[in-house]
Design a protein around this ligand. Structure first.
Ligand code: E4P
Length: 225
């Protein structure tokens, strides 16, 4: 299972990369805006800095919504670095753009996917990744993990190579549920990956081991008599 980090914050990306378990980064226009990155040159420079911080798989989203503009923007984003995966929204012109860009050897991540039918279209069009938004479905009382499971099942039925990239992951249980149903990738905030580390029995056990070691060492070095 691949772990992507869902942020445009360079410090967070570098910290996650340093842990040694990061496989990529997803961004979106809201995340870029949150970092105060605006203007074409700044945006391109920021994507380049992200690419230089990780091994591969940096999703960069187009802003255009018309076919001709989407493919021009997609081609231009792909030129920033070989690690770029162009992120295209699940709309009619988006499906056409996925087909075109994929045929040119450009990897595409189809975003804003909320149904199995949309995921099927993205795979048929040749997307490398499909991003169903689990958390946003849960937000409206719809079972996000069932959709992930359904897409994994459909892709297996037909041998689609499109990877299921579970997005909008809010907490560790989301991540574990995605692993249980066979999602290929999860993308989440850094704190979700870091939270996987936590267990009170690990902390308690380590404290006990270190205390016992210290006691034994003190006993061994204490003066006799
Ligand atoms: C996916 O690529 C999106 O950037 C992201 O996961 C959206 O998450 P949110 O619903 O927490 O904004």
């Amino acid at each position: 299972m691949k772990f992507f980090i869902d942020t445009a914050n360079l410090a967070e990306i570098r910290e996650a990369q340093d842990l040694g378990v990061l496989d990529g980064v997803t961004t979106n226009p809201s995340l870029m805006a949150k970092e105060g990155i605006t203007g074409e040159e700044n945006i391109r420079a920021h994507y380049k800095a992200i690419c230089d911080s990780v091994d591969d798989n940096v999703s960069a989203e187009v802003i255009s919504t018309k076919f001709e503009e989407m493919i021009e923007e997609g081609k231009s984003l792909a030129k920033i670095d070989d690690k770029i995966v162009v992120k295209i929204p699940m709309i009619k012109d988006g499906v056409k753009s996925i087909k075109y860009l994929s045929s040119q050897g450009i990897r595409v991540n189809c975003t804003l996917v909320f149904s199995a039918g949309q995921a099927l279209l993205a795979a048929k069009a040749g997307a490398s990744y499909v991003s169903p938004f689990m958390g946003r479905l849960d937000d409206i009382s719809t079972d996000g993990v069932s959709l992930i499971q359904q897409i994994v099942h459909i892709y297996q039925n037909y041998g689609f190579e499109t990877e299921v990239l579970a997005a909008s992951i809010r907490h560790t249980m989301h991540l574990i549920q995605c692993a249980e149903v066979g999602a290929d990738v999860v993308t989440c905030p850094a704190k979700v990956i870091m939270s996987l580390l936590n267990h009170p029995l690990t902390d308690k056990g380590l404290a006990q081991f270190l205390a016992d070691h210290k006691k034994a060492k003190e006993a061994a070095t204490a003066p006799v008599g």
